[in-house]
Each structure stands twice: as C-alpha cells, then as structure tokens.
Write a protein that binds this ligand. Structure first.
Ligand code: ZN
Length: 125
C-alpha cells in the first residue's frame, strides 16, 4: 500500500526508468529455487546412541517446497550444496519481488493511460 502511494507521485518517465532499472538487477534466472531450507536434528532410533540422550544427529538440511494446497515436495540437501541452495532461494525471492514491483508500475501506467484517454474523449465531445 505504501509502495502504491509512492508510485502515484512519480512521473511517467520516472516510472519507466524505475521499471527499466528493475529488469537490470534481476539475478540469473537459471539460478532460482522456490522453497524453504530447513535445518533438522534427528534421532536414529538406537537406544544406546548419544542421540537417545538428547545429542541429536545433524544438522540435516532439507528443502521443502509447497506444490499446491495439499501437496508438498522436498529433498535432503547435502552440506556442500547448502550455500548454493540458500543463494538460489534468495534469487527466487528477489526475482519475485522485482516482478511484483514491475507489475505495480505497469498497473499504475495503465491507470494513467486510461485516465488520459478518458480526458481526451471528454474534450472531444
Ligand atoms: Zn543416533
């Protein structure tokens, strides 16, 4: 809401510049991942193991992805892939955020065009 109020105060040119800028700061689109990375500590079931006394095994990293309202997918992530997965999740968030901002700008520009055309039409009649 705050963002939209701010957009309405900018000129068309400023909005177009901002939109252009947003397309230029996108992370590599091949390097995105949707989901959340979770850190888990597990027990192995052996009653003699240290994990039975509270010293659990881990961390085990797990990527969890919501597919739709009733389905989730996921997989464990090897330790040496954790940093990349973190980066790709962050990239996904960034791409999504920028698309939202571009979309807001386009909606604002559409609104202005409509208002302008209406004015023109009213001036003719
Ligand atoms: Zn154990």
């Amino acid at each position: 809401m705050v963002e939209r109020e701010r957009l309405s105060k900018l000129s068309d040119l400023a909005l177009r510049h901002r939109r252009e800028g947003l397309t230029k700061v996108l992370p590599p689109l091949a390097e995105v991942l949707r989901g959340s990375l979770m850190e888990r500590y597990l027990t192995c079931g052996n009653p003699d193991c240290k994990c039975a006394r509270g010293e659990r095994h881990g961390p085990v990293w797990y990527l969890s992805v919501t597919l739709d309202q009733s389905h989730r997918a996921g997989c464990t992530v090897p330790g040496d892939q954790v940093e990349q997965v973190r980066r790709w999740i962050e990239n996904y968030r960034q791409v999504k955020e920028n698309l939202e901002k571009i979309s807001d700008i386009n909606r604002e520009l559409m609104r202005r065009l409509k208002a302008k055309n209406k004015k023109k039409k009213n001036a003719k009649t």
